[in-house]
Design a protein around this ligand. Structure first.
Ligand code: 5GP
Ligand code: ZN
Length: 115
């Protein structure tokens, strides 16, 4: 169920526009508004869950099951030479949006902006 005042729930519902990378019944993937590297994508479960601590095994497996396919689509579209997966949980660890998300960060070499 959509969580009140959650920007990622609003993105899933289409209330806030986003550049869709992938969507199915359980997962939505879209370009991060602040592209740390070209093709920087966020993958989120459609069910609102605050972060990894509050995520059920079912939601976690639905989410991670899709990631190889999404990573390969990004690899094909942007041709990076590598990719980092990143997940921040709680403010001290730089979580700024409290709807679980996995960053997919395509890498292009030493000076690609992500360090
Ligand atoms: P966090 O810091 O919580 O790990 O990552 C949140 C990410 O969400 C940030 O990289 C930020 O740029 C992205 N973000 C925040 N608001 C929006 C938005 O309205 N649209 C999109 N596409 N990305 C957003
Ligand atoms: Zn949400």
């Amino acid at each position: 169920m959509a969580h009140e005042d959650c920007i990622f729930c609003k993105i899933i519902d289409g209330e806030i526009p986003s550049a869709k990378v992938y969507e199915d019944d359980a997962v939505y993937a879209f370009l991060d508004i602040s592209q740390v590297t070209k093709g920087h994508t966020l993958v989120i479960p459609k069910t609102h869950t605050k972060n990894i601590y509050e995520t059920s095994p079912e939601i976690a497996s639905e989410l991670f099951e899709r990631i190889p396919k999404i990573a390969n689509a990004i690899k094909k579209a942007y041709r990076p030479i590598g990719m980092n997966l990143l997940n921040n949980n709680e403010k001290p660890a730089d979580q700024s949006v409290f709807h679980l998300h996995i960053h997919l960060l395509p890498r292009y070499g030493k000076d690609d902006g992500f360090s």
